[in-house]
Design a protein around this ligand. Sequence first.
Ligand SMILES: Nc1ncnc2c1ncn2[C@@H]1O[C@H](COP(=O)(O)OP(=O)(O)OP(=O)(O)O)[C@@H](O)[C@H]1O
Ligand SMILES: [Mg+2]
Length: 211
Amino acid sequence: MTKGFFITFEGADGSGKTTQLNKIKDLLEEEGFDVVVTREPGALLIGEKIREILLHHEEHIADRCEMFLFLADRAQHVEEFIKPALEEGKIVLCDRYTDSTIAYQGYGRNQNIKLLTDLNNIAINGMVPDLTLLFDVSTETAMQRVGEEKDRMESIGADFHKRVRNGYLELQRKEPERIKLINANNSIENVYNNTKNIILDLITHKEEKGV
Ligand SMILES: Nc1ncnc2c1ncn2[C@@H]1O[C@H](COP(=O)(O)OP(=O)(O)OP(=O)(O)O)[C@@H](O)[C@H]1O
Ligand SMILES: [Mg+2]
């Protein structure tokens, strides 16, 4: 049984996930909640090593190898960090999670989506987010925000990133209850106001129901 609240932040590179996550962390702490922030890949020590390979390895990485590395990182992260934090009643804010795998490795790399979904389920062992925020931004704007210093994933071409964006939108249409769509083309403050309203609504709702 988990008592906490699990929120994941999803969207393209440069969509503003980390910017919004930090602002939401400050807000929830001011409201008196016990909040922890984490990210994928690379939250823990094993994850740091996996993240280094995923984002900076110079040689070619086979698509299926990339897929298993992300999933291995996730399995460890859930077991050692996310699950214990939720059991302690914390609000967990996680920068990227299962939907990134479906959007990037599934829609982006054309790996089998049904298979990826099954593997995700093995990796998370029941730890489905209570809420997922999808920051949707045009690929052009996202690339401008990322700038010149691109990591291995960000350096893949625009077609890949367009498939990723459409994949995310498809996921949102399939699971509208869990995944809330946020227009991230607007200013940081405007995106923040929308994000804040969605989160406070859900947390208050959960508290009222006493779940
Ligand atoms: N709504 C916005 N309008 C303009 N600039 C923004 C907006 N949101 C974020 N930025 C800027 O765009 C850049 C990327 O933002 P951020 O790092 O939050 O994106 P991200 O989704 O976490 O990207 P990544 O997936 O690469 O970690 C930062 O320089 C940030 O200040
Ligand atoms: Mg980020």
